[in-house]
Design a binder for this molecule. Structure first.
Ligand code: FDA
Length: 392
C-alpha cells in the first residue's frame, strides 16, 4: 500500500500550486492525474501565452452563490504574490489590456516553473493514472487509482470543472464531493460563445468574422470589450463575459457604439451631407457589413436627407440598444470555465477544507467560484491552492 501525507487529485493550476506549498512544509505529496501531461489548460490558455493573473483582482469580479467566499483566499495569496513568483522565475510578462498579464514568451514557462517548484519541494507526480473512489478510513483517506489504492492523511481535490472534455475534463470532483454528501451548486458552461435561432443566424452568418468594440449588457452587468459575429452566433470577450450572467430565455443588449451620441452624430451627418446613404454614415462608426445590415433592418435605405428624425432615432436606438435573445451557448465543448460547483457553504474559506471532514480539501475550478475572463480564474486556482497547501 502506497502511503503519503497528501494526495492531490489533478495536476492543473490549483493542484500543482497546492502540492508545492504542502511539499515546502515538509509533507510527502503525490499528485495524480489521468492526463499524459500536467497543466494542459495552462498550456493552451491565453492563446498560448497564459493570462496568469489580473491587476484588478476584486471579489466582485467572481461569481459564486456566496460572493464573499473568495475574499479570504484572494487576500492571503494575491496577484502581486504570483507576479513576484513569475519574476523570480525570470519569466518576462506584459499587460495586454484591462489589467490582464500574459507571458512574453510561452505558457509553457509557467508549467515549467510549477514543475521545477514541485521537484524542489519533493512532490511526486503520477500521470496517465485514472482515479476511482475516495473513502474515509480511520487515519485519513484511501483513494482508488489505476495503480492500486493510495493512502494519505489529506486529500486535495483539484480536478477542475467540465469545460473542454476533449482535454480531460470529467466532472470527477463533483462526484467525489457528492460521495461525501456535499452540496453542489448547479453547473453550467461559462465564458462561452452564445448561439442563436435560425432566424437570427440568417443575418448573422454573413457577418461571420466581423468584430468591433462594443458594450454587452445583461441587467446591470455590462462589459466594454470586443464583440465577434460567428457562423453560430456571437463570441468575443464581451460576449464570453456576459455568458456567465445570461440564462436561457433572457435577452442581452448590445451597444455597438458605446460612449457615443449616435442620434446626434446622424443628425449632424444629415445636415452636413444629406445625400449620403445611411450605411455610409454608419460606416464611420462600425464595419461596413454591419452598417449595411442595420440600414436594411431598420428600413432606412435612403439618403440621410430623406430620413425623418424619428427614423434616424430608431437607427440610433438599434445601434446603441439592440436587444438580442440567444437560444443557448456552445456548451462545455468551448466554454473556458464551469460556473457552479462544490458549494462554498461546505468549505472553510481560510483553508478550503471541507467542514466536518478533516483532511479533505477542494480547490480551483471544481469549487463554486468563477472569475471573469482575463486571468481571474488562474488567480483563483493559485490562491485557493496556496491556502490549502498551508494546512493539508
Ligand atoms: P484544471 O482543469 O486546470 O486541472 C484539472 C486537472 O485534473 C487536469 O489536469 C485534468 O486532467 C485532471 N482531471 C480531471 N478529471 C480527472 C479524473 N477523473 N482523473 C484524473 N485526473 C483528472 N484562465 C485564466 O485565468 N487565464 C487564461 O488565459 C485562461 N485561458 C483559458 C483558455 C481555455 C481554452 C480554457 C479552456 C480555459 C482558460 N482559462 C483561463 C481557465 C483556466 O484554464 C481554469 O480556470 C484553470 O485551469 C482551472 O484550474 P484547475 O487546476 O482548477 O483545473
Amino acid at each position: 500500500m502506497h502511503k503519503v501525507d497528501v494526495i492531490v487529485l489533478g495536476a492543473g493550476a490549483a493542484g500543482m500550486f497546492a502540492a508545492i506549498e504542502a511539499g515546502r512544509r515538509g509533507r510527502s505529496v503525490l499528485v495524480v492525474d489521468h492526463a499524459r501531461a500536467p497543466g494542459e489548460k495552462i498550456r493552451i490558455s491565453g492563446g498560448g501565452r497564459c493570462n496568469f493573473t489580473n491587476t484588478g483582482i476584486a471579489v466582485e469580479r467572481f461569481l459564486s452563490r456566496n460572493p464573499r467566499f473568495a475574499l479570504s483566499p484572494l487576500r492571503r495569496y494575491t496577484a502581486q504574490d504570483f507576479i513576484a513568483r513569475v519574476d523570480s522565475a525570470g519569466i518576462g510578462w506584459h499587460e495586454k489590456t484591462l489589467g490582464q498579464l500574459f507571458c512574453d514568451g510561452s505558457a509553457r514557462q509557467i508549467i515549467d516553473m510549477l514543475l521545477r517548484d514541485m521537484a524542489a519541494a519533493g512532490v511526486d507526480l503520477w500521470l496517465d493514472c485514472s482515479l476511482g473512489a475516495v473513502r474515509r478510513i480511520a487515519d485519513g483517506f484511501e483513494v482508488e487509482t489505476a495503480r492500486g489504492p493510495l493512502r494519505a492523511s489529506s486529500v486535495i481535490v483539484a480536478t477542475g470543472g467540465k469545460s473542454i472534455p476533449k482535454m480531460g475534463a470529467t466532472g470527477y470532483g463533483y462526484r467525489i464531493a457528492e460521495s461525501f454528501g456535499l452540496p453542489i451548486v448547479e453547473t453550467r458552461p461559462a465564458l462561452v460563445p452564445l448561439t442563436f435561432a435560425e432566424q437570427e443566424l440568417d443575418w448573422m452568418r454573413p457577418l461571420s468574422g466581423v468584430s468591433l468594440a462594443g458594450r454587452v449588457s445583461h441587467g446591470r452587468t455590462g462589459f466594454d470589450e470586443a464583440v465577434l459575429f460567428t457562423h453560430r452566433g456571437l463570441s468575443g470577450p464581451a460576449i464570453l463575459q456576459i455568458s456567465s450572467y445570461w440564462r436561457e430565455g433572457e435577452a442581452i443588449r448590445l451597444n455597438l457604439a458605446p460612449g457615443q451620441d449616435v442620434a446626434g452624430f446622424l443628425a449632424n451627418e444629415k445636415k452636413a451631407a444629406g445625400r449620403t446613404a445611411l450605411r455610409t454614415a454608419l460606416g464611420k462608426l462600425m464595419p461596413e457589413k454591419l452598417a449595411r445590415l442595420i440600414e436594411a433592418q431598420t428600413g432606412a435605405s435612403a439618403p440621410l436627407a430623406e430620413l425623418p428624425r424619428a427614423r434616424l432615432d430608431a437607427v440610433a436606438a438599434r445601434v446603441q440598444d439592440w436587444e438580442l435573445r440567444p437560444v443557448g451557448s456552445e456548451g462545455y465543448r468551448t466554454a473556458e470555465v464551469t460556473l457552479g460547483g462544490v458549494d462554498t457553504d461546505a468549505l472553510d474559506a481560510r483553508t478550503m477544507a471541507v467542514r466536518g471532514v478533516p483532511g479533505l480539501f477542494f480547490v480551483g475550478e471544481v469549487v463554486d467560484v468563477t472569475g471573469w475572463l482575463g486571468g481571474y480564474n488562474f488567480q483563483w486556482a493559485w490562491s485557493s491552492g496556496w491556502v490549502a497547501g498551508q494546512v493539508a
